[in-house]
Design a protein around this ligand. Structure first.
Ligand code: ZN
Length: 425
């Protein structure tokens, strides 16, 4: 076994030399409370009618604008369709696919129906209010005796085998300090992919995590080989990346689990047989999986939703720049839908955290882009437009102030790292 690198085993999509476009930090995006989705729609429509937008060349006329949605087909998002209907009087054209992917193939038909499209879309994630910021990735299902289920079910199902393998590595990679150096004991399945029977493989990055094999010495018991494991010195890089508390924890003769100190720079995780579409990954967030699973700012389901919304926003803004769409106008509002269960009405309610917005004006191919921070400023500054139909006629819950208040999640700050603690993505 070559014990100088594990990187040769990685599939092309995980090569360490690849540039991976950055996605927004959850800590920045979630610093502001999300909107009740209908409130956001009212503000977005009001903003489209401001002088600022008119000066950019975009004209919003309710009678000649097609509202569009792209989101998962999950019934928890039905309120999104209803809100768009209430604010525009038109049923939204569907540009979405299950799992919250943008369906590029639908755009041609949409512009054929109407030359001005206003797109609202994104990924979604369930949220249950509670202590310590609540729980992401699950929602109570009103049509199933209010039982909890995964949400987004499709995304949580894709991530489940990755989460299982990552958790297993966090439990079974052990560190201790029998003499003067910290050692790391790694099960061989995390060093060579064929030693693991799982389709999803996790490999530690031995260049980053370790500083050479511990040589065998028959007189030193801790160097004796343990079946199924390899023993390394822990690298300085790793010890500098962890908190002083973790350094103390690993500085005893007793073996301790690496736990959540296994952060993205110290491992790779990949599907050894990923689904492909036209030669590309079907699920384009797979290269981000190690960042999603080991994020210390935010639970992995919200991190995944933010990552996917970023990737899809890129897809929609790229799509509408095509020469064939030059004659058409698009206003795109992308975000993360946060699904909650409202106990008082026993219905779903959707909050919305905007990720990005863009305007593409007819006759041009490049769009104006607006960041998440700018979006909150913009949309907070305008009074929401009146809905065409009274919201209370359409939605079971037309005022979600109480639910918005119960959204207490705040990402953990890394702006003041303690001594020896690195900033983590
Ligand atoms: Zn879904």
């Amino acid at each position: 076994m070559d014990l100088t690198t594990t990187r040769n085993w990685l599939p092309a999509y995980c090569h360490t030399g690849n540039f991976l476009p950055t996605v927004q930090e959850t800590i920045i995006l979630m610093a502001k409370r999300p909107y009740f989705f209908p409130d956001f729609v009212g503000r977005a429509i009001a903003w489209l009618q401001t002088a600022e937008v008119r000066q950019l060349g975009f004209t919003y006329e309710p009678a000649t604008t097609l509202p569009c949605k792209w989101k998962c087909s999950d019934e928890s998002l039905f309120g999104v369709d209803l809100a768009l209907y209430a604010f525009t009087g038109h049923y939204p054209f569907d540009k979405g696919k299950i799992g919250g992917q943008f369906n590029e193939a639908a755009v041609g038909a949409a512009v054929h129906h109407c030359p001005v499209n206003v797109d609202f879309g994104g990924s979604h994630v369930g949220y249950i209010p509670g202590p310590d910021g609540g729980t992401f990735g699950y929602v109570q299902r009103p049509l199933n005796n209010e039982e909890l289920s995964t949400d987004c079910g499709a995304v949580m199902a894709i991530m489940a085998p990755f989460k299982k393998v990552y958790d297993d590595a966090c439990r079974s990679i052990l560190l201790n300090k029998p003499e003067e150096r910290v050692l790391v004991s790694v099960p061989n399945e995390f060093l060579q992919p064929s030693w693991s029977g799982e389709r999803v493989k996790l490999l530690v990055d031995i260049e980053h995590l370790t500083a050479g094999l511990v040589p065998y010495d028959e007189n030193v018991a801790y160097t004796h080989k343990l079946a199924g494991r390899s023993l390394f010195y822990a690298s300085e890089r790793f010890l500098e990346s962890i908190s002083t508390d973790s350094v103390a924890k690993f500085s005893t003769p007793e073996k301790r689990r690496v736990a959540d100190d296994l952060t993205a720079q110290f491992f790779h995780i990949f599907d050894s047989d990923p689904e492909l579409e036209g030669g590309d990954l079907k699920h384009r967030f797979l290269p981000y999986m190690k960042y999603i699973l080991s994020s210390r700012h935010a639970p992995y389901p919200i991190k995944a939703a933010v990552t996917r919304a970023n990737i899809e926003h890129n897809a929609i803004t790229d799509c509408v720049r095509a020469e064939s769409y030059r004659p058409y106008s698009f206003a795109c509002f992308t975000g993360v839908f946060i699904d909650m269960f409202d106990p008082s009405t026993k219905c779903y309610v959707n909050l919305f955290q905007p990720v990005g917005a863009s305007l593409k004006i007819a006759g041009r191919t490049r769009e104006y882009e607006f960041s998440a921070a700018e979006n909150h400023e913009r949309f907070d500054a305008v009074a929401p437009a009146e809905s065409v139909l009274p919201l209370s006629n359409v939605l079971a819950c037309s005022n979600a102030d109480r639910l918005v208040e119960s959204f207490t999640f705040q990402p953990k700050s890394a702006s003041r790292p303690s001594v020896g603690q690195s900033r983590r993505w």
